[in-house]
Design a protein around this ligand. Structure first.
Ligand code: G
Ligand code: G
Ligand code: MN
Ligand code: NA
Length: 247
């Protein structure tokens, strides 16, 4: 059977779930948010990684109902968490440009009762590049709801300073690939430093992704990086195991 058909059935059979990865303030270690990450535990295929099935869902349009499910489920869960943590949800480019996105976000907030200032939608620059003017209008409307917007995977692909300058992003998520070199005094450290400087200049909070070692965390702390996420701080996990105490 094709992956696409299995994925559609998987949605109906409830094989999809959300894991969450903690986001902390680097200076204090304080937890401020969680990123929702989609998981598919298939009885036939085993655990299928999103990097495998999301591109398929984007191609055949299934990403629309799938993305709706992710947003509604994540918001409903976060509304019940024991603490007003931020909830970060990834949006695929297809979802981002879908005409119903604004209404979906608004109605999901209304239906779940999640306070809009707790929701952060993550976009990649690929979402924006195709039609910057339209993308800017979408971002502005969504921000009017009180929802914040993060630029994900920054530093890979098309990342440009022009995009940062013209979009009202609340956060830059510096791609995890920059963490590798920062322990040694290399180009990676210089890039991280310049992204942090850029964030300060533009008044956009920078979150470093993919922190795996204590030394990486120490370097980031030394450079004044505000926020972080990575296996060192916490692996993506089921909400029950994170002490989020779903009511
Ligand atoms: O969780 P993991 O590292 O396997 O995620 C791999 C990729 O899948 C990442 O780029 C991540 O942003 C993406 N991803 C995970 N969950 C979702 C989701 O709910 N929606 C979308 N569009 N992408 C997701
Ligand atoms: O593209 P996005 O940033 O949404 O992707 C998040 C993905 O990165 C998740 O699938 C998650 O499992 C993965 N991830 C989170 N922390 C780390 C880390 O410290 N190291 C690595 N290699 N991957 C990570
Ligand atoms: Mn992300
Ligand atoms: Na990322």
């Amino acid at each position: 059977r094709a992956l696409a058909a299995d994925l559609k059935a998987a949605m109906e059979k409830g094989e999809l779930s959300l894991h969450y990865q903690v986001q902390t303030a680097i200076a204090t270690g304080e937890v401020f948010g969680y990123e929702a990450l989609l998981r598919w535990a298939s009885p036939d295929r085993g655990d299928v990684p999103p990097a495998r099935f999301i591109p398929v869902a984007e191609e055949n349009g299934l990403i629309i109902p799938l993305g709706e499910w992710v947003l509604q489920t994540a918001c409903a869960q976060a509304a019940k968490w024991d603490g007003a943590y931020k909830l970060a949800v990834n949006l695929s480019p297809v979802q981002f440009f879908h005409p119903d996105l604004y209404r979906l976000v608004r109605e999901t907030l209304e239906n779940t009762g999640l306070s809009p200032d707790r929701l952060e939608l993550e976009l990649t620059e690929t979402s924006i590049i195709d039609d910057k003017q339209r993308a800017l209008e979408i971002v502005r409307r969504i921000k009017e709801l009180g929802v914040s917007i993060a630029l994900d995977d920054f530093g890979t692909g098309y990342s440009s300073i022009d995009t940062l300058r013209s979009f009202p992003f609340d956060r830059i998520k510096l791609d995890g690939s920059f963490m590798q070199g920062i322990e040694t005094n290399s180009d990676a450290a210089a890039i991280v430093r310049s992204v942090l400087a850029l964030g300060r200049t533009m008044n956009i909070s920078v979150l470093a992704e993919g922190i795996e070692t204590p030394r990486q965390l120490e370097v980031l702390r030394g450079e004044g990086c505000v926020a972080g996420q990575g296996f060192l701080i916490g692996r993506p996990a089921r909400p029950e195991t994170l002490g989020l105490q779903l009511a």
